[in-house]
Write a protein that binds this ligand. Structure first.
Ligand code: NAP
Length: 323
């Protein structure tokens, strides 16, 4: 399990800004399960962090000093800032994204950020649900799962969420319109899932991996699509991983299981955002954030998503935005 002592608070002055650079005051930092993987000494889809590096993280903030014509003082931006209070952006760094007027900081790193994009492309490019399909999502009350389920609902699916508490299950059905929600800490949850998905699961959007994935595999229908978005149950594990025992059902059910990395869809983010805006405006797509305060809350916020205390996007407010 990731722990506070894995992190060290280091105080350093910010460098002076040069031509074409700007200084961002970081206000919100998004917390993602993938951060745990970046702390592991293994190469996967992105280079691991070295000991002593600034912890990687995507956040939102405001330009407070600038010698850049692209990012004048007052511009609100998102970027890969790392866990810092200030970020010096140079012209040869990865570009910052300007937050449009009318979009709040939590929306910029949540529903319109990598989280929303992950849900959108996982649903529409990999799962491809059709109206009437049974769509099941794990970590359903989390940032990605809650959006993925609502996107499937807007398509006309019967949507069932899997989560760890009755409170989260109630939020899924009562507040964001899921048809059913199953608490996987109850011993008979596989039977409850089967009852909620009569006819079998057509699309399973997996954020959890492990036993939850295995139960879902046992309940897929013919031609099912399994979206491998994440597998948080394994992120803290140091033991060798065994595969899901029920994988053979993919053969019997002529089903497909496919992984994806959201960053591969970057060129299509703007069109996804354009498609999501009317869903938000009409109330079909709701989003929620769990926000904790203060720079030093960052490690605890990361721990909390492995403890499952977040509903929606876990965010740390490093510095409150001005009104
Ligand atoms: N493929 C991609 O490009 C991509 C991009 C972004 C994120 N992801 C993946 O998407 C998933 C969701 O990310 P997120 O940022 O939206 O996080 P999140 O769902 O908001 O938070 C993580 C949730 O995972 C559940 N969880 C924690 N430990 C668990 C365990 N041991 N076993 C089962 N469930 C556990 C908890 O929900 P419960 O309490 O309800 O179990 C927790 O709230 C992650 O797997 C992440 O790695 C993939």
């Amino acid at each position: 399990m990731v722990k506070r002592s894995d992190f060290k608070l280091v105080k350093r002055p910010t460098s002076a800004i040069e031509d074409d650079s700007c200084l961002v005051k970081i206000q919100y930092m998004g917390i993602e399960p993938a951060m745990r993987g970046w702390m592991e000494n293994r190469a996967d889809y992105i280079a691991p962090l070295e000991l002593g590096d600034v912890m990687r993280g995507f956040g939102a903030g405001e330009v407070i000093e600038s010698k850049s014509t692209n990012f004048p003082v007052g511009t609100r931006v998102t970027g890969s800032f790392g866990w810092q209070e200030y970020f010096l952006h140079r012209s040869d760094d990865a570009p910052l994204q300007i937050i449009p007027d009318g979009v709040s900081l939590d929306e910029a790193i949540g529903v319109f950020g990598l989280t929303g994009m992950t849900a959108w492309f996982g649903v529409n490019e990999i799962g491809k649900p059709k109206s009437g399909d049974v769509f099941v999502v794990s970590s359903a009350a989390g940032a990605t799962g809650s959006i993925a389920g609502q996107l499937a609902k807007a398509i006309g699916c019967w949507v069932v969420g899997i989560s760890s508490t009755d409170e989260k299950c109630q939020w899924l059905t009562d507040s964001i319109g899921f048809n059913a929600a199953i608490n996987y800490t109850h011993e008979d949850w596989p039977q409850r899932l089967k009852k909620a998905c009569s006819g079998g699961i057509d699309v399973y959007f997996d954020n959890a991996g492990g036993d939850v994935l295995d139960v879902a595999l046992d309940q897929i229908s013919d031609g099912a699509r399994i979206v491998l978005c994440g597998g948080i149950s394994r992120y803290n594990s140091t033991a060798a991983q065994t595969g899901p025992g029920n994988y053979f059902n993919l053969i019997f059910r002529r089903a497909k299981m496919e992984g994806f990395i959201v960053l591969d869809y970057a060129s299509k983010f703007n069109s996804a955002i354009t498609s999501m805006k009317p869903l938000i405006a009409s109330g079909q797509l709701k989003h929620k954030a769990t926000i904790t305060d203060g720079f030093e809350a960052l490690p605890d916020a990361l721990i909390s998503i492995f403890e499952g205390t977040n509903i929606g996007k876990q965010i740390v407010c490093i510095s409150p935005p001005s009104a």
